[in-house]
Design a protein around this ligand. Sequence first.
Ligand code: GSH
Length: 309
Amino acid sequence: MLDLVLIERVHGFGNLQKEPRAGFPAATIYEKADVDISRAQTRKKPWRAPFGSCFQHTMPNITLYDSPLADGKTTWSPYMWKARLFLNFKGIPYKTEWVDFVDIESHCKKHGLKPTGKRSWDGQDLYTLPAIHDASTGVYVSDSWLIAEYLEKQYPDTPTLFPSGTKGLQQVFTDLHLQTVFPLRAFLIPRVPRKLSPRSAEYFIRTREISFKKKLEDIVPKGDEATKEWSNLEVGFDKIAAWYAQTDDKGQFMLGETISWADITAVSFHLWFKSIFGEESEEWKRISAWSGGRWIDLMKALDVYSTIA
Ligand SMILES: N[C@@H](CCC(=O)N[C@@H](CS)C(=O)NCC(=O)O)C(=O)O
């Protein structure tokens, strides 16, 4: 057994040794470090089984293009988190290629990635990350939702985030959740540049100030307006919490015991709040207390899928 390593470790899923929160079929494959899977065997007491047919490959076919904080290796954007949590949940091997925020457009154009919207500052095409490249098909996909759709279709043997008949409702959830989050942007956006590389910070400030038609420090609500905005945000998140509570007898997820895209969405935005405000900030402490700690519990439950591969 000494020459065998956990297949998760070969693919960089070291932290999946934690206790699982989602119910996957119980089996875990071992393989030799140098890729001989002929001696595959099932562990007696597995903690997780993140595999499907795609795990027959040892080199990741998928490249996730993500844009980091200034350290060059930390995910922060909610959309990047969605794609990353999604890939980790499905157990699809992938590697990350980091693209500085200011270089996103040129990177997307170089690979023929389509724009995902229009720029708020000049109405031109907006190129965004996350995006993926699947070397097994040659396909490039941008937009977190389209990435999810592609991976669900292309890797049907991996666990689904869209259990039967729930896709449309999960899309509705995604939209309503974004509407709820929206007012928090005014508090968050001015904090972003100091976390980015100098080149990206300059780009971020320039484009957002044109978009808001204000200096970034002036978009933050102050005094009574700030108090009202925070209070509205809390009410908004409590409303989402009440939807969650409908299935609390089955489990903590939107669909009760089953993790779905909705949970990935909710956690991804909270990861964004945490990384931009900072764990020790007053803002994060306030957010952590929302909805009786439900969102923090949800983050804990999905933490096992937050590996940066
Ligand atoms: N609808 C897209 C939105 C992605 C998005 O807005 N990405 C931002 C980073 S958070 C981006 O790439 N912005 C590029 C820019 O502003 O130039 C998705 O779901 O993936």
